[in-house]
Ligand binder design. Structure first.
Ligand SMILES: [Zn+2]
Length: 150
């Protein structure tokens, strides 16, 4: 899970306008069109990667609902990050389960060896939540996401 505030060079107490100002400054700095001719390919690649990360961070932090979820997930992650990681699981290995009456359209689960489940919601995947606890025992897994963005 990425530290989105760090990417935007902000603090988690900054308000929307602060985040927006910082986002606009950074997006100009790293925009592919702004890269100079003298930059090496490696530098260009780094800037492009940064540009994508900035946009991903902004997409989440500019949405009050997602920002709130991100903050909660980040706090939770800080609590469990020292726990031993039982396994690493690709996000693709989670099974989708449609939710008819919930706020979120679907959730994804992966069965723990204890018979319990590791559960990811749509928003968790958007946030790239990477440390998930079993809903039954105290095991945790790391969720691996593909590098490329859609
Ligand atoms: Zn378990």
């Amino acid at each position: 899970m990425e530290d989105l505030y760090n990417i935007l060079e902000c603090k988690n107490c900054d308000n929307y306008e602060d985040l927006k100002k910082s986002y606009q400054k950074l997006v100009l700095k790293f925009h592919p069109d702004k890269q100079s001719q003298v930059d090496s390919d490696e530098e260009k690649l780094k800037s492009t990667d940064m540009f994508l990360r900035i946009n991903r961070a902004w997409k989440i932090l500019s949405d009050p609902n997602l920002r709130q979820k991100y903050d909660a997930a980040w706090t939770q992650r800080c609590l469990v990050q020292d726990w031993p990681i039982q396994d690493e699981v690709d996000v693709d290995e989670f099974l989708q389960e449609d939710m008819e009456e919930e706020e979120e359209k679907s959730r994804f689960f992966y069965t723990c060896r204890c018979g319990g489940s590791y559960i990811l919601h749509d928003s968790d995947i958007t946030l790239r939540l990477d440390v998930v606890c079993c809903d039954t025992c105290s095991l945790t897994i790391r969720v691996l996401y593909p590098d490329t963005d859609d």
